[in-house]
Each structure stands twice: as structure tokens, then as C-alpha cells.
Design a protein around this ligand. Structure first.
Ligand code: GMT
Length: 385
């Protein structure tokens, strides 16, 4: 198949997932065209069957807000026409589902039928999607997509709860590539971070409010009162400064390392003993899954899709949002005993295997085929009328 993928090119979960999906499809022989405003963060190596089309937004003094949606629509029309794409797979509803709908309508006027699949990732539904400034467009464009997927059952339910959407939504879970995310020996690195054999806790995110990174720091502060430990904070974003202030207030600057945005996240996960994800909301928690694949147990909130990924008492623990005391208590249950830690590590790996790329990728391919078939049938029927 010739597949166009539209996503945010950043380190955010939706962009990461979309890029990994495209690369995996290309490795299976599909021709994959990424259409984004910047080279996606994980599209950093040359690979056969992968093409990249940059969306450039023309600047003009009149434009207080550069018309990205218009530029992306035009690019989609161009790429679909000239690369003869079979389908468009857009990740994150805003504005991608609406843009794809517009491109589809324009292409119709050129006699081209392009099926559009929209994958909902989370904040496009649960945080920004349903604010009045976006809601009517999000609702309309989800319903007009030829196929819709959500990355968890919880996100599917949230979509029906928050929008008057009638389209059938298929749950296709996020995946992890075990050829990259697996436990490896990085002892030299571990020694540099934790020279006295301290436990290493890790959190990775985009440092937005929804991630509650301050809870990460507060949990850590409680944990290290009982167990020698270090905390690695990976990623960057709007809350970073506030979190640095908090570390200073709590006199934890020597115990917490801010590592910023990192490419080789798996190397950091390989030295971790525990992953913290106390988010206010999380439709899946791809970062937690990547940690689990590297045999790292997870302490997370029990919100959104996290209970579909992290198993309470098995791969880690799930606690109510903001319950820092309980998170610290359960973290210590894992960290205080080598035997418990080893057990949780094994379980985390076993659970992560259910989300192996090789399990999830065929689900996307089957869905593509199903939507292509349906769309072709609808077109044939229309031609008969
Ligand atoms: O976590 C973020 O804020 C980034 C966001 C995105 O769309 O880039 O992540 C969402 O999509 C990820 C991939 O499907 C999910 O694993 C995250 O749970 C989801 N984030 C939220 O729901 C907050």
C-alpha cells in the first residue's frame, strides 16, 4: 500500500507512535509518506520505502496566525495526487482530521477517492478537543473519517461521552518495538548516575500540566527518606521551570537530574528501577509501556487508559490522581526488596509483550484493508447510481 501519514513531528506520544508505525510499515514493504511541518523526531535514519514531505507555511504580514491548516491541506492534495497514495492515516484529531477531510473533498473534484483514517490519541479528545473553540470541527471530522481508531478502550469511551460522534471507533492499542526497547547492560552509565548503588527512578514526559511532574518530585522526596535514590527527569516543556524551583525548595538538586529531550530513551530506561507517571489524565501511557518493555515497573495514576497497560500489584501500582503518599508507599514496596523488584520487573516485561509491534502492526494493516475495501465498494455503488 501507499500510505500517507500526518502527525505532529515532536517527541509527544502521538508523533512517536505515528513515526514508529510508518517505519514499521515501510519495513514490511509498504510505501510510507510522512507529511509534517518538520522531520519527525524519531525519523532520524534513512530507511527504504520512507518519504518525507515538509509542509511550509507561507509568511505574509497580514497573517497574525500562519494558516497551517491551509498549507497542510494543499500539501496533502499534492502528495496524494502525485505519489498516488491509497490512503491517508492522520494522527491526532486537531487539526489533522479536519484537514484530511478538506483534502479529501478537494481530491474528489479531481476524480480521486482517498480514504482517511483518523487515530485519536488522547488530549485531542480529553483536553483540547472538547473546548468550544474546537469541538464542532473535531466532532464533524471524526464522523466524516472513513475509519477511526483510538489507542485505548478508555479513550474510545471518552470520545462517545464527550462528543456526539456516531462513527464506529476501533481500539488499536499503542505498541512498543522490542528490537529497540529491551533491557540492556548500561552498568557504566548506572554507576555514573548512582555511584552508591542508589535506586534510580525515571519520569519522561512533555512537562505539561496534565503530567503532574510536581507529584513525581514529591513522591521521590518521600521515597528517598527511606531508600537511597536518584531521579532522572527526561523531556522538557512548559512546567520545567516550576519543577526546578520545587527541587530547589525541597533541597533535592543533587539527587535529581534534568536530562532534557533525549533520543536514546531506551538507554535511560535500562538503568531504571521504577518509572513514575502520575498524570491527571493519560489515554494510554506510551512512556509507561516503553519502560515496561525495558523491565521497569510503573507507579502511575489510575486514570484513563493506564489501567489497560499497568496492572495493579503485578507490573506496578495504580493510585488515585494526586495521592502522593500512596504512590510513595507503593513505590517503597517495590524498591525496598530485591525480590519484589525482580518480580515486578518480570511481570512488566510479560505484560509489555502483549503490545509488541508484531502483535499490533497487523491490526493496523487489516484495518487499512478493511477501510480501503469499504471505500471502494461505496465508490462503485455511487458510480452505479
Ligand atoms: O502525552 C501527551 O501530552 C502527548 C500526547 C500526544 O498526543 O502526543 O500523548 C497522547 O498520546 C499518546 C500516544 O497515543 C498516549 O500514550 C498518551 O497517553 C496521550 N496523552 C494523554 O492522554 C495525556
Amino acid at each position: 500500500m501507499r500510505i500517507g501519514i500526518v502527525c505532529y513531528p515532536t517527541f509527544g506520544g502521538s508523533g512517536v507512535l505515528a513515526t514508529e508505525l510508518g517505519l514499521a510499515l515501510a519495513a514490511k514493504g509498504h510505501q510510507v509518506h510522512f507529511i509534517t511541518y518538520r522531520q519527525p523526531a524519531r525519523l532520524n535514519v534513512f530507511q527504504e520505502n520512507v518519504f518525507y514531505h515538509e509542509v511550509c507555511v507561507a509568511d505574509y504580514p497580514l497573517f497574525e496566525y500562519p494558516p497551517y491548516d491551509t498549507a497542510l491541506t494543499s500539501k496533502l492534495v499534492d502528495v496524494v495526487r502525485f505519489e498516488k497514495l491509497d490512503l491517508l492515516h492522520v494522527h491526532y484529531a486537531i487539526p489533522h482530521a479536519a484537514v484530511a477531510y478538506m483534502a479529501k473533498e478537494i481530491l474528489k473534484s479531481h476524480g480521486i477517492n482517498i480514504p482517511v483514517i483518523t487515530t485519536l490519541h488522547g488530549t485531542d479528545i480529553t483536553v483540547v478537543g472538547h473546548i468550544p473553540a474546537f469541538a464542532p470541527v473535531v466532532e464533524f471530522s471524526i464522523d466524516r473519517s472513513d475509519g477511526v481508531t483510538a489507542v485505548s478502550q478508555s479513550l474510545k469511551e471518552d470520545t462517545y461521552k464527550l462528543f456526539d460522534v456516531h462513527k464506529e471507533i476501533k481500539v488499536i492499542y499503542n505498541f512498543v518495538d522490542f528490537s529497540r526497547f529491551r533491557k540492556c547492560n548500561k552498568d557504566h552509565f548506572k554507576k555514573a548516575i548512582a555511584p552508591e548503588g542508589e535506586r534510580i527512578l525515571v519520569h519522561t514526559s512533555n512537562f505539561r500540566k496534565v503530567k503532574r511532574v510536581d507529584d513525581v518530585v514529591r513522591v521521590f522526596a518521600k521515597v528517598r527518606k527511606e531508600v537511597p535514590a536518584k531521579l532522572l527527569l527526561v523531556g522538557d516543556g512548559p512546567e520545567r521551570h516550576k519543577i526546578e524551583e520545587l527541587c530547589r525548595q525541597l533541597h533535592l538538586c543533587d539527587e535529581i537530574r534534568f536530562l532534557g529531550k533525549q533520543d536514546a530513551i531506551e538507554e535511560l530506561l535500562c538503568i531504571a528501577d521504577l518509572f513514575l507517571l502520575p498524570s491527571e489524565h493519560e489515554s494510554f501511557g506510551l512512556a509507561a509501556l516503553e519502560a515496561m518493555a525495558c523491565e521497569v515497573p510503573v507507579i502511575s495514576s489510575n486514570t484513563g487508559g493506564l489501567p489497560e497497560v499497568n496492572m495493579h500489584g503485578k507490573t506496578g501500582f495504580l493510585l488515585p490522581v494526586g495521592d502522593v503518599d500512596a504512590m510513595a508507599r507503593y513505590a517503597l514496596e517495590i524498591l525496598k526488596s530485591d525480590e519484589a523488584l525482580a518480580r515486578f520487573r518480570r511481570n512488566a516485561l510479560e505484560q509489555a509483550r502483549q503490545f509488541d509491534l508484531s502483535v499490533i502492526l497487523p491490526q493496523y494493516e487489516d484495518f487499512y484493508r478493511e477501510i480501503l475495501q469499504k471505500s471502494k465498494k461505496a465508490q462503485d455503488m455511487a458510480a452505479l447510481k
